[in-house]
Design a protein around this ligand. Structure first.
Ligand code: ADP
Ligand code: MG
Length: 274
């Protein structure tokens, strides 16, 4: 039994590493960066995702809302390769089949994910955190404490500015506010130059001001990056201004601008009915 599983794993690995599915550049010829179609994920017979279909355009800033248990986190698990769907297709651009790629392959292809809790290196400075994030990607080429090139320093400086921590570069990350830690972690993701960013409840626990700054940051990232943001805070979702998808019972219930979906009786029902 174990031998069989290993054989299957080995076959899968070799297909995943040699097939066309993981090679080459991200193909955005049809302007769609993420395409999910008819995805189902079951846990002991319970369908966490139930024929979920969703398409995200290149450069889009999309919000996903929905009651607890709707399947939002499970959807991100499918996109990042953490969970394999039972059925359905998931494509990154035109050619990369996410259901046939490993988690590291998906990350390397340009999908970055931020989890709810910030996971920065508390004892290192803000600058060092960004440096470590950059080098995690280039570890084969470079030793961890090798000197940074001018280009790499510029890149770190650019990200520091973007996440509003340029005046805190030499501070130990453990001393930052909760909101600043969240921004630092977003900065660490940006060091990897992702094309698609997945952000699960990024403003939970932030002050109102931090929440507003985060909305500005995300709006500024859209275009160059595509963003999928799961969030409960409706004023934040409104500030992002993008299209909103409402998930419920593992499928799309409604989609449109925030005002339209908030006025939808089916959406009102699922929020008030639970
Ligand atoms: P959301 O993020 O929208 O709150 P989740 O994707 O976390 O929802 O969960 C969707 C449903 O799937 C929930 O009912 C949850 O209990 C269930 N679920 C999620 N992950 C697992 C798992 N690993 N095993 C069993 N059930 C799970
Ligand atoms: Mg969740």
């Amino acid at each position: 039994m174990i031998a069989t599983m290993q054989t299957i794993d080995a076959q899968w690995e070799s297909e995943a590493t040699t097939g066309h599915v993981v090679s080459g550049e991200l193909d955005l010829t049809h302007k769609v960066i993420l395409y999910l179609d008819d995805i189902t994920v079951s846990f002991d017979g319970f369908k966490a995702l139930n024929n979920l279909s969703l398409a995200i355009d290149a450069g889009e800033l999309r919000c996903i809302i929905g009651p607890n248990g709707a399947g939002k986190t499970t959807m991100m698990d499918v996109i990042t390769g953490k969970t394999r769907p039972d059925t359905g297709t998931a494509f990154f651009g035109q050619t990369m089949d996410l259901t046939r790629m490993t988690e590291p392959q998906i990350a390397h292809a340009g999908i970055g994910r931020k989890f709810q809790k910030p996971t920065v290196f508390e004892k290192h400075t803000v600058f060092e955190n960004l440096e470590l994030a950059m080098k995690a990607d280039k570890r084969v080429r470079r030793a961890l404490f090798a000197r940074l090139s001018g280009e790499e320093r510029d890149r770190i400086a650019e990200v520091l500015k973007r996440i509003r921590l340029d005046r805190h570069a030499d501070r130990v990350a453990g001393l930052l506010s909760h909101g600043q830690k969240q921004w630092l972690e977003i900065g660490m993701l940006l060091m990897q130059e992702p094309r698609l960013l997945l952000l699960d409840e990024p403003v939970a626990g932030m002050t109102d001001e931090e929440t507003e700054r985060t909305a500005e940051l995300f709006v500024s990232l859209a275009g160059e990056h595509s963003l999928v943001v799961v969030e409960h805070d409706m004023s934040f979702v409104g500030a992002l201004g993008g299209k909103v998808t409402v998930l419920c019972d593992g499928a799309v219930l409604a989609e449109g601008d925030l005002a339209t979906v908030q006025a939808d009786p089916r959406v009102i029902e699922v929020y008030l009915g639970r």
